[in-house]
Design a protein around this ligand. Structure first.
Ligand code: PHE
Length: 351
């Protein structure tokens, strides 16, 4: 019978197919209900018992062979398809970015860029420090000795181990690092992450601050005031900002103050600049001579001022973001809405 003798051709036919559809067609042609093998098996009925047996056996062998070859070929074709798919979908990560698929700059980053840009124009340079700080840099050198109640003002995350390290509770330790490393004149801003064990709608355990420090021979409280007013007017894009300085207390500044800015609520949104309400926005003061001496700077010759503010706070006020926690949600739609394009001019110049 031709079918059995033609095994080789049938196998070749199967092995040369390159699509699952063609393979299925061939399978049906031989093995389907009305396929050649079932038909041939049906035709055995008219043969003698011996012939039935031998032809039947041969047909069954051919049938098995076809089944197995189809199975094998199916795997070969499927593997080939996966391989082709992988080749056609390869991404060259060295290609330049496709702007239409770009993500957005997070408002915190954008705020940091703006701050750097404004202070950069005032000749400040950026300094940074590590998130994990020594007890000395975060507290002692800043005139916050052990057991001082001021340590309780900041809910510190302590790090296990003998070194007494902490997650820095403010960016002020970078004042210490900078003064220990260089002599005045010093004029720096320090944006960075800070940590306190506190979490609700207005507090996050990790947040950002920007610190400013000027040390030279003659900077005064007046310079501090005009610097901060210039910064806030630029940052909030307002003229004649209404503000007030309230006496306050920080161990590392003397005298110390907190600055409030006036605001009004328009359609439930805060508008900074003028109005009957006051919003606390930063802490500041003249660098305490004790801190200068702790950092090997002659307090008879040098003086200066420092300030620190919360970046989330500035960002919420400028961009109308009402919940602090949304900054840290991995919510892409939020970022689409509040984020900034990389082609934004402020972002570019900030970089
Ligand atoms: N480090 C202070 C805080 O985190 C802010 C501050 C900085 C105050 C510099 C005065 C001078 O609250």
């Amino acid at each position: 019978m031709a079918l059995a003798e033609d095994k080789k051709n049938i196998i070749n036919e199967i092995k040369s197919t390159s699509s699952i559809d063609d393979l299925e067609k061939i399978r049906l042609h031989y093995l389907g209900k009305k396929g050649l093998i079932p038909e041939a098996l049906k035709g055995l009925g008219s043969l003698s018992i011996d012939e039935k047996k031998s032809k039947g056996q041969e047909l069954n062998i051919t049938k098995k062979l076809i089944e197995e070859t189809v199975k094998e070929q199916k795997i070969i074709i499927e593997n080939k398809e996966i391989e082709n798919k992988l080749i056609s979908e390869t991404i060259d990560v060295t290609l330049p970015p496709n702007i239409s698929q770009q993500g957005k700059i997070h408002p915190i980053s954008q705020t940091i860029f703006s701050i750097i840009e404004i202070f950069g124009n005032l000749n400040y340079v950026v300094e940074t420090g590590p998130d994990i700080e020594t007890d000395f840099n975060n507290f002692t050198a800043l005139n916050i000795p052990e057991h001082h109640p001021a340590r309780e003002m900041q809910d510190t995350f302590y790090i296990d181990g003998e070194d007494n390290n902490v997650l820095r509770t403010h960016t002020s330790p970078v004042q210490v690092r900078t003064m220990l490393n260089k002599q005045p004149p010093i004029k720096i801003i320090v944006p960075g992450r800070t940590y306190r064990s506190d979490s609700d709608a207005t507090h996050a355990p990790m947040f950002h601050q920007v610190e400013g420090l000027v040390v030279d021979e003659n900077s005064t409280m007046v310079d501090l005031k005009s610097t901060l007013v210039t910064f806030l007017e630029e940052f909030f894009e307002v003229k004649n900002l209404q503000y007030r300085f309230r006496p306050s207390y920080f161990p590392f500044t003397e005298p110390s103050a907190e600055m409030d800015v006036a605001y009004t609520k328009v359609n439930n949104k805060i508008k900074i600049g003028e109005g009957d309400n006051w919003l606390e926005i930063l802490g500041c003061g003249m660098v305490n001579p004790i801190v200068l001496e702790n950092c090997n700077i002659d307090s008879k010759k040098y003086q200066g001022f420092a300030f620190g503010m919360g970046i989330e706070r500035l960002s919420m006020l400028k961009y109308g973001i009402s919940d602090l926690r949304s900054f840290f949600d991995p919510n892409y739609r939020w970022l689409e809405h509040y984020g900034f394009s990389i082609l934004d001019s402020q972002t570019r110049s900030g970089l």
